[in-house]
Ligand binder design. Structure first.
Ligand code: SRM
Ligand code: SF4
Length: 514
């Protein structure tokens, strides 16, 4: 979309007009009607845009087979919930699949519009919601994936993440107060020392910090985002907040953004653009007005001082005798059968809880010592390994051309094939985080990777071919900062030797035949 396309004479872009005509949430009351009309007869704006307010995405690549984006606060779900998601997919045979997302969430594919009423009813029974998970809404709220399990945690993020979701979605029923933001909005809460949520790439993030009286709370970061036009790490709001005030601060920030965020040009509507225009002092003053009190200054130092963990493998919990086990789900892709099996494993060996990570993997918590050994012999762990090779372990990929019409390249299969090919010619002694993303929207977060690969149009022998721009230098955990583009337009078919050399030069890889 170009600037001229997004800006109209009345200074409202086409999506602002669409929202002004009819709020996205209004389609909630029309699901039965859409189901009986069918996808081809529906109003195109309802189908292609407004349904996203319910997390239902029309896919131009697979017309009639919709994608559904859930909300999984803090990435935590129960085995009955996972079974319901699996059962939804199962009815679509080979068309049904799921992807764990880079926001600790899950998306389902292959869904038919005529099944939506039944699907939503099933979700209601088990307390699942998809509401406000797309378009100009707050995305899934991320929290520490080992919240409540980790002996070293500073704060259990689960409850406050749920409270924020309840506030902004009216407990999953939909909340028109926050259904018309200028643009998407990301919130993350870190509870440990390793910044496992990538706080710096969220519009609003809370990071653990003790204030001058040694009281626990959070320093606040604002304005982090990636887009095709611009990518920025979040900046300090110069404010500290106690855990009890986190929900109120989220509300205040969202109100300020909703009422003042820039709406003329969608390419310049994320929170950072407002911060540029106002400056941080004015923004904080407006947030304080909405909050009805002055925010305390940021703590001098925050508590993020660890390398980021990936949670793959077996770990002792703070509860004596219990363990959490991180399973590597290659590029986050799951079938209905996989999901049924994971739900069963979680029930047979533990208490049924399953968690997602922003690396698109799964954690099964609360496995007693006495059951651990047998759990580790389960056949499913051959595919979803607890000790994968160093490249597969940290591989992340966005959806790519298989389902996403923004994509310039196919990503997920290519990512897996490349990791396998490189693993067969190199020996690595440390994980290397390779992130693939199909286009400059950066859903696969290439800027936080050791090696980020962003789909682009390249040329080879004068012909257009699928290619990538290579990003490097992204660091995570303590001192997190964004990587930069270091090479442009490498044809995908020529990529393997380029990556091989980078892995040897920068990450200590040794060729197997040397
Ligand atoms: Fe994203 C749009 C997939 C995380 C930046 N993203 C899209 C759409 C909805 C485009 C579309 O309609 O096809 C993609 C759906 C494809 C599909 O069929 O799956 C899509 N984004 C994803 C997911 C599934 C990638 C993944 O494989 O994990 C992630 C879903 C997260 C979730 O559960 O809600 C996903 N997207 C991200 C992230 C990463 C993050 O949040 O940490 C980013 C960069 C961070 C950010 O937003 O600041 C991201 N997605 C975008 C953008 C660029 C936003 C912008 O301000 O310009 C778009 C395009 C847009 O919104 O216009 C986009
Ligand atoms: Fe689609 Fe591009 Fe996002 Fe990948 S990065 S999911 S190709 S919008």
């Amino acid at each position: 979309m170009t600037d001229t396309e997004t800006t109209t004479k009345t200074n409202l872009n086409k999506f602002e007009k669409l929202k002004a005509e009819k709020d996205g949430l209004a389609v909630k009351e029309e699901i039965e009607k859409f189901a009986s009309l069918g996808w081809e007869a529906m109003d195109v704006n309802d189908r292609d845009h407004r349904l996203k307010w319910l997390g239902v995405f029309f896919r131009p690549v697979t017309p009639g087979k919709f994608m559904m984006r859930m909300r999984i606060p803090n990435g935590v779900l129960t085995s009955p919930q996972l079974r319901v998601l699996a059962a939804v997919l199962q009815r679509y045979g080979d068309d049904g699949s799921a992807d764990i997302t880079t926001r600790q969430n899950i998306q389902l594919r292959g869904l038919r519009i005529e099944d939506l009423p039944d699907i939503f009813q099933k979700f209601d029974f088990v307390g699942l919601t998809t509401v406000q998970s797309g378009m100009d809404n707050v995305r899934n709220i991320t929290g520490d994936p080992v919240a409540g399990l980790d002996a070293d945690e500073l704060f259990d993020t689960r409850e406050v993440v749920q409270q924020i979701q309840d506030m902004l979605t009216n407990k999953g029923k939909g909340n028109p107060e926050f259904s018309n933001l200028p643009r998407k909005f990301n919130i993350a809460i870190a509870g440990g020392r390793d910044n496992s949520v990538h706080a710096e790439i969220n519009d609003l993030a809370f990071i653990p910090a003790f204030n001058s009286t040694q009281t626990f709370g959070f320093n606040i970061l604002v304005g982090g985002f990636f887009s095709a036009k611009r990518c920025e790490a979040a900046i300090p709001l110069n404010a500290w907040v106690s855990p009890e005030d986190v929900v109120a601060v989220c509300r205040a920030v969202l109100e300020v953004y909703r009422d003042n965020g820039l709406r003329a040009n969608r390419l310049k509507s994320r929170l950072m653009w407002l911060l540029d225009e106002w400056g941080i002092e004015k923004f904080r003053a407006e947030v304080e007005k909405r909050l009805g009190k002055t925010l305390l200054p940021a703590a001098a130092k925050d508590e993020i001082d660890w390398e980021k963990r990936d949670h793959i493998g077996v770990y002792k919990q703070k509860q004596p005798g219990l363990n959490y086990v991180g399973l590597n789900i290659p590029v986050g892709r799951l079938s209905a059968q996989d999901m049924f099996e994971i739900a069963s494993l979680a029930e047979v060996y533990a208490d049924g809880e399953v968690r997602f990570t922003v690396e698109q993997n799964i954690i099964i918590p609360n496995i007693p010592d006495s059951r651990l050994e047998t759990f580790l012999t389960e056949p499913l762990l051959q595919r979803f390994a607890v000790n994968p090779d160093m490249l597969r372990r940290s591989l992340v990929s966005c959806t790519g051309a298989q389902f996403c019409n923004f994509a310039l390249i196919e990503t997920k299969s290519r990512a897996l094939e490349m990791a396998q090919a490189l693993a067969s010619e190199l020996t690595l002694t440390r994980p290397v985080r390779i992130h693939w993303t199909g286009c400059p929207n950066s859903c696969g977060q290439p800027q936080v990777a050791d090696i980020g690969l962003m789909g682009t149009k390249a040329r080879k022998d004068g012909k257009p071919v699928e290619g990538v721009d290579i990003y490097m230098g992204g660091t995570v955990g303590k001192d997190a900062h964004l990587g930069n583009c270091v090479q442009k337009g490498i044809p995908c078919e020529d990529l393997q030797p380029v990556l091989r050399d980078l892995l040897i030069q920068h990450f200590g890889a040794k060729p197997n035949n040397s």
